[in-house]
Design a binder for this molecule. Sequence first.
Ligand code: SAM
Length: 344
Amino acid sequence: MAPEKSAEAVGLLRTFERRFLAARALRSFPWQSLEEKLRDSSDAELLLDILQKTVRHPLCVKHPPSGKYVRGFLSELIRKHEAVHAEPLDELYEALAEVLTTEESSQGHRSYLLPSGDALTLRESSAIVSHGTTGLVTWDAALYLAEWAIENPAAFASRTVLELGSGAGFTGLAICKECRPRAYIFSDCHSRVLEQLQGNILLNGLSPEPPPPPGHSPPGSEKPTVTVAQLDWDLVTGPQLSAFQPDTVIAADVLYCPETIRALVRVLRALSAGPEGRRAPDAFVAFTVRNPETSRQFTAELAQAGIRWEAVPRHGQKLFPYDEHAEMAILKLTLPAPQTHMET
Ligand SMILES: C[S@@+](CC[C@H](N)C(=O)[O-])C[C@H]1O[C@@H](n2cnc3c(N)ncnc32)[C@H](O)[C@@H]1O
């Protein structure tokens, strides 16, 4: 019988699996710990296990990351092995040979394991900015917000959720799979982003539909009604926003320049102007604090628009492989009660 793996080896395998499937930067992998473990043991069992959890993982076989990424990963694994063992390991070279001829692509798949045992796979760009947009990759705040949502499903269950600046679609897909919303409206302004978003929704077994009439919910449906809307914060009108009638509004990593922040706050303010008797939606905005001045500007614009905010306490579980040293924040916004309409 094979010996039980130590808790340390199990943890290491899990980290390699999650980071590799999500195609995280190779420098973020625990290479040092791997090398130490390889020095301690004389067999190559651990490396073969890592191969199974990464390049040979069924999700990777079906929807691989870019060939360049897989080549870089295997080359590093081979270097680590050869630093401590004299004999080359055939399995690593065979896997490398298989990807040597892969055509170069500016896109690849990234997969994320969900607590339910399900997984999400998205087609994403390899570059953080391409086609003039940042929306073709999943940003860390999207992962962070999804984690919080999974820990707080009541904010989404049986509700209509509107997401602003959905990008590749990770947060929305995670909420659709794990939080049982009644309806989910993905939105973005960029046509290339919307095209990729549609593809990612289909890839995960959901199908975008035309918007249902307000208040309509299909009886007994397990899956939420999913729609994709082209929504530009600079151009959208009050009546267009009112038609969405969301119960919850979310956005991840959408704060950058002063103009964008102003336009976003104008949209949030306008979303509170629903039909009479309807309560204003709950809103949550997640971001990585890269520049404190940007967060200050956002909260100043919120105050000016009469929107109160509070920081959501950091949640407990870490499910997704974002940079743990980065400062992340989620603000819960209290939109003013419906009364005024946005100018069109
Ligand atoms: C940094 S990406 C974040 C994407 C996604 N939420 C995530 O965190 O992975 C910012 C997104 O906001 C969208 N965006 C930027 N300005 C916008 C605007 N004026 N109206 C609507 N969407 C906008 C971009 O197209 C892009 O998809």
